[in-house]
Design a protein around this ligand. Structure first.
Ligand SMILES: [Zn+2]
Ligand SMILES: [Zn+2]
Length: 366
């Protein structure tokens, strides 16, 4: 028998003063009543932001599911992001790519509930101003970009992340290379005998041990934002992550993770292995090394699911979509822009013309 979809009640928070619905305000970092401007402190406890055991399948099944409040979810056919919005939202377009090819999707109640959330602290008016300043800059940007980008909206979205911890022990073997120099003799073009120093390497077997505890390796679980884009603005203070509370979602959007906890770990595993390889390489004595072979044991792997705040202005230009991102806590920005190939071509032609003129001038001035 099919399980009937269960919707948690929509969370609202009535103002004590006038009864209107309050929403979380990024500027004041408080719950704010839009009618009478009353404020209320949101919960700030951190005791539930704890890691869960990754290897125990039970922990995954036991992990609390859902977002604790009813939200409507939309699936974007263009970029694949699944966005959760307030149930009253109509005429939704994708915040991650600007596309309006979105379908209403089933409420994702099987998703693991976030353990923590970093509330928005960077306000919308500042985010919008930063976007407008940024969009007009750049020599090779199409002229109509600023005009088109003006139509783009800027959305505050809580983006899903996984963080992983692991205790690791690695044993490595390698060949350590020591440089030495030998004198070589040769005859130059004038028939003179000459000598030169040539660098050689002596290879010696080496081995060692490296232990490291990883804490909070951060992996983007988003379908709409790429890991490399996110790394450009990733200066979040994870120490400020508080217990997830549905109150923070009032008036805000959130994305459902596209990478699950196991797919996220594949990314984290690679980040950890790359780090270990670099550190073991550093331990190899001598001037250089080769055939570095590492055997790593990872224990006590734990994870947690957290939501981090992000301002996104997504716009379509031609057939492509472009993103401008602002860290919703610190205000750090990153974005990509289309290139005007006409402007680039004109610039290249101009440079060529200058070179041709200079060549002509120096050749014929006498
Ligand atoms: Zn009020
Ligand atoms: Zn999209």
């Amino acid at each position: 028998m099919e399980e009937a979809p269960r919707l948690d009640p929509v969370i609202t928070m009535a103002c004590d003063n006038c009864g209107s619905n309050m929403a979380y305000d990024a500027k004041r970092q408080l719950m704010l009543c839009p009618s009478c401007q009353s404020t209320k402190e949101p919960p700030k406890a951190q005791d539930m932001v704890i890691e869960k055991d990754f290897n125990s399948a039970l922990a995954l099944d036991d992990a609390p599911k859902g977002m604790g409040t009813a939200m409507k979810s939309y699936h974007c056919e263009n970029c694949g992001a699944n966005t959760m919005v307030d149930p009253s939202t109509v005429g939704f377009s994708c915040s991650f790519c600007g596309s309006s090819k979105v379908n209403e999707a089933a409420y994702a109640e099987k998703v693991i509930k976030p353990a923590g959330i970093l509330p928005f602290a960077y306000p919308k008016d500042k985010a919008l101003e930063a976007f407008k300043t940024w969009v007009g800059k750049g020599l090779f940007v199409p002229n109509d970009l600023a005009k088109r980008a003006r139509l783009a909206k800027i959305d505050g979205v809580y983006v899903p992340f996984w963080t992983y911890d692991a205790e690791t022990e690695s044993y490595w073997t390698a060949e350590a290379g020591y440089y030495y120099y030998e004198t070589e003799y040769f005859t130059d073009n004038n028939g003179q005998r000459q000598s030169r120093q040539v660098r050689k390497t002596r290879w010696v077997p080496a081995n060692g041990y490296y232990a490291h505890n990883f804490d909070d390796v951060l992996v983007v679980a988003s379908g709409g934002v790429k890991q490399n884009m996110m790394e450009r603005i990733n200066n979040y203070n994870l120490g400020k992550v508080v217990n997830y509370d549905a109150q923070y979602m009032i008036g805000w959007m959130s994305e459902v993770y596209a990478k699950d906890v196991k797919q996220g770990f594949e990314v984290a595993d690679k980040i950890m292995n790359d780090f270990i390889r670099t550190e073991c390489g550093r331990q190899v004595p001598g001037d250089t090394y080769r055939n570095l072979d590492i055997h790593t044991r990872k224990d006590g792997i734990t994870f947690k699911h957290i939501l981090l705040p992000l301002w996104i202005a997504a716009y379509q230009y031609g057939d492509s979509s472009f993103q401008f991102l602002i860290n919703g806590e610190t205000g750090k920005i990153a974005g990509d822009k289309p290139t005007s190939w006409i402007k680039v071509t004109i610039a290249i032609l101009l440079v060529l013309a200058i070179i041709a003129t200079l060549v002509w001038y120096f050749k014929f001035r006498k």
